[in-house]
Design a protein around this ligand. Structure first.
Ligand code: 5GP
Ligand code: ZN
Length: 138
């Protein structure tokens, strides 16, 4: 397995740093976020080091989402939440601070005081150009 000696999540995988584990199998690990957004905030990681989701294999991505789907309902139930957000930050400007692939599971309730993402109402005139650029870029 590829691990990075300077990576904080690799250190958790190796047991060099402690964590509050909630799930583990051969390839994946889930543990509580040390600075939770809300109670039960959990991080799911592949044990193999990679910097972000775009640097994993399709099989590893599938497996990661399988673990998220497997454990999220129990996390929600056990912290008396009613819903959850899944978050994946990719790149420093998105808020990524740990460059080891991870998925946030954040339990939510209607009265949790968190703001949902704010949407804008904009002039749609730009949409055809933006959509075309993306289509052509793919
Ligand atoms: P990012 O912003 O990179 O998507 O999320 C990284 C997350 O890892 C943050 O929410 C942060 O609180 C959490 N984190 C950073 N260092 C540690 C650590 O040593 N242990 C645990 N359990 N969580 C950590
Ligand atoms: Zn790592």
């Amino acid at each position: 397995m590829t691990l990075d000696k300077d990576c904080v999540f690799c250190k958790i995988v190796k047991g060099e740093l402690p964590s509050y584990k909630v799930y583990e199998d051969e390839k994946y690990l889930a543990f509580l976020d040390i600075h939770p957004i809300l109670a039960g905030h959990t991080l799911v990681i592949p044990k193999e080091h990679s910097q972000d989701l775009l640097h994993t294999s399709p099989a590893e991505r599938d497996g990661l989402l399988e673990v998220v789907a497997k454990i999220a309902p129990t996390i929600v139930k056990e912290v008396n939440a009613t819903a959850f957000n899944i978050g994946i930050n990719i790149g420093r400007d998105s808020g990524q601070v740990v460059f080891h692939t991870h998925v946030h599971i954040i339990p939510r309730r209607h009265d949790d005081g968190m703001m949902n993402w704010k949407h804008q109402t904009v002039n749609e005139a730009e949409f055809p150009r933006i959509a075309e650029r993306i289509r052509k870029g793919l």
